[in-house]
Design a protein around this ligand. Sequence first.
Ligand SMILES: *Cc1c(COP(=O)(O)O)cnc(C)c1O
Length: 396
Amino acid sequence: MSIYVDNGATTKLSSKALSAMLPFFQEEYGNPSSLHSVGQRANEALTDARTRIAKVLNCDPKEIIFTSGGSEADNQAIRSAAMLGARKGKKHIISTAFEHHAVLHTLDKLKKQGYEITLLDVHEHGLVTAEQVRKAIREDTCLVTVMYANNEIGTIQPIEEIGAVCREKGVLFHTDAVQAVGHLKVDVQEQNIDMLSLSAHKFHGPKGIGVLYARKGILLEPLIEGGAQERGRRAGTENIPAIVGMAAALEEAVDGIEEKQLKLKGLRQKLIAGLSKIPHSVLNGDQNQRLPGNVHFCFEGIEGESLLLLLDDKGICASSGSACTSGSLDPSHVLLAIGRPHEIAHGSLRLSLSDENTEEEVDYIIEAVTDVVAYLRSISPVWRDLQAGIQDYIIK
Ligand SMILES: *Cc1c(COP(=O)(O)O)cnc(C)c1O
C-alpha cells in the first residue's frame, strides 16, 4: 500500500496530460521554428497550448512565456523588474520572509548587487496584509513580489488587494503562484497581477515546464540568450510535449475546481481535527486561509526526519515541509518566519492532499501519525525531560 500525500512537492501526471503529450514524442516531433509542414504542425500545437493557457489565466497569449518551471519564472520576473527599476534609479524591492528559495535566493543576489530588500513579517498565522505592503512602498520601490500560497504551510495571501495597492502606487507586482494555479482561482486581470509564475508539475502536469505571465509592456530580461524563441525572451527549442501536457493538465485542474476544493477541504479538516488530538501538537498557518489540501503540524519532542521515515515504512509518503529544505539540517525558514523556535521547527510534518486521496486514507494517516509520534516520544530524551518537568513545553 502506498498513500501519497506529498502533492506540494510534486503531483502524478494526469492520464489526460499524458495522452495529450504522447504524439509529440514520435509522430509530431517537429521543431516549431522549421518552415516545413512537420515544423509548422508543431508550431500550431505550441500556439494552441499558449492560447488555452492564456484563456485560463485571462490574459493575452503574447503575455505567456514558457520556462523550465517555477524557479526559472521567478528568477526572470524578479531580475527583469530589478533591471527596469535600476534604469529609473529605483532599487528597492519588497517581498516576504517566507517566499520560496527561487525568490529569496534571487533577492539575495540582487542585494549583493546593491539593491535594498524589505522582507515583510508574515506573523504567527503566516499572512501578510495589503496594508503592510502599502506602508513598505517607497519612492524608489521597483517591485513587490508576494507568493499567492505558501508551499510549506499553505497560507493564502490577499494578492488581489496587494495588487490593487501596487497599481495605485505604480509599482510592479509579481506573484509566485506555483502552489495556487490549478488549485485556487486565478485571473490576472481581476487580481491586478503584472507578473505570475506557475509550474505544471504542481497541478498534475509534467516536470520541467512552467510559465511566466508578464503583462504587455513589461520588458523582460532573457536569462538564456540564443535564438528568437518566445519573442526573444527565452531562447532554446520549445519543449512541445511538456507544453502540450501542461495545457491539458491546467484545463483539467480548473474544470470543476470548486467541487474539488470542497472535497479536499473536507479531507483537510478531518486530518486537522484528528492530528490536533495529539498532545503538544500545533497546526502551522491559518486554520481557514490555506490551500484546500494543505495540512502542516509541529509535534513537540520529536525529529521530523524520523517521523517521515517511520511513516514511509507504513506506506505514507509525506514531507517535513518543502522538498528543498529536507536533507539539510537547517530548520525551515518558513517555520522560523511564523515564529516557531528551532526545537519545534524540527518536528514538522506536511501532508499535501490531492483529490485522489480518500476518507479511508485520512483515517489511516491519523492513526499512523498518532502511533509514530507516541513511539518517537517514548525513545526521545527531550521528551523525557519535558515529562519530568526539567524543561518547559513550548507547545502547550
Ligand atoms: C515548486 C515551487 C517552485 C519551483 O518550481 P519548479 O517548477 O520546481 O522550479 C517555486 N515556488 C513555489 C511556491 C513552489 O511550490
